[in-house]
Design a protein around this ligand. Sequence first.
Ligand SMILES: [Cu+2]
Length: 456
Amino acid sequence: MNARALLTLCTLLAVGTAPAVSGGVPSRDDLIRAFVARPVGTVPAAQATGQVREYTLDVRTVRTEVSPGVTVEQWAFGIPGQPATVPGPELRARVGDLVRITLVNTHTQPHTLHLHGITSLAQEMDGVPHTSAAILPGQSYTYEFVATEAGTHAYHCHMQTNLHLDMGMYGALVIEPREGQAVPWTGEHTVILDEWDSRQSPDAAVHDPHPDLFLVNGRTFPLIPDVHVPEGQTDVLRVIHMGAAPHSLHLHGHAFLVIAKDGHDLPAPYAADTLPVLPGERYDVLVKGRDGTFPLHDHNTAQNVNRGEYPGGQHLMVTGGPARRADGTSAPVPTPGSAGLLAHDHAAPPAAPAAEAPARHDHAAPATPEVPAGSAVIRISNFEYAPGDLHVAAGQRVTWINADPVIHHVVLTRDGRDEVHELPAGGSFTVTFDRPGEVRYRCQPHPFMRGVVHVN
Ligand SMILES: [Cu+2]
């Protein structure tokens, strides 16, 4: 590479753009020379060439249903006058802008704002309490930096980070290229990964989380909205990991192109369908829209659960055009998306202390299920409850009989509490319904099996 090409490469690297050296990928030596020659350090505000982008964030305690029937306390960033959410509002600026983010601490705890991935900032803007400042309740602080690199970044609180990040104090920070600079995508989608321990409390003496919920953009399946990439269009997914566990994002039916890591364009983008993502990492991934609806999910399947129940966790649907059939015809087939798949009963109230004695039931011998006199019967056959809708009078007994050759675990939800009844092949159990109301039930390992007992 000649001196002029090297200078171009340095310039491109300095603004975070792929070294678009004509004639192919720059060599290893070229990349090392460019790295060594690249200027680093604080870029003074006076060097901004674009707009002044000003944002204000405050902090609020909110309660959010992050998973069906699971509502948790969160510490959320918000723009004053708008709802505070986890993730916080996505902040955007362009290369050349002077970005000013004022943190107004409206909360009961000290907080900071760390601008994750921004290298042009001064140390005092780094949001680390022992090298910058802690923003105490009632105080405000304006973090500022000159945006020099286009890319996918994040912001998060850096006070007692293991707890405050786990309470939801994060959001996306996207630096767009300069106005008029072409990008190879049409639409953009932000995909922020996180985990949550539904039992965690910010009042605990120590924060020792054991996550049982696995989130994308603050929700678990099936509450995660679909990502729509229209057929024939190429979009970018900005993947950001603000949790603490490794994830392995796999997209069915597609190969995607990884074009940037941690806000730095890759000189040699690579195709893949599975992307390992570690805490703090960001990846920009191009996805071409196609026919049909396909899952994007963590292939660490232990994290495709909501408190142990599959399907759940980090699993969302990428929708494209209408699905075409395997025989090549274009006859439409259903593309349900997340909303139409499974799932839990959103109307179920949150878990509450038991108000009534546990259900009376007994397990019969597997071979000859017993049905007490006068008991209504719900029979399980070929993974279906019959009848699925049963009306009984208060005080009546209901017997579930398993005619399948496999075990089922029937979960009755009464007074916001789940009762799990193990039901071996050929077995039965009987429950007495004393109080009028509607009792929903489902099978734990087979969540598409669902029914309702109406107690009149
Ligand atoms: Cu904080």
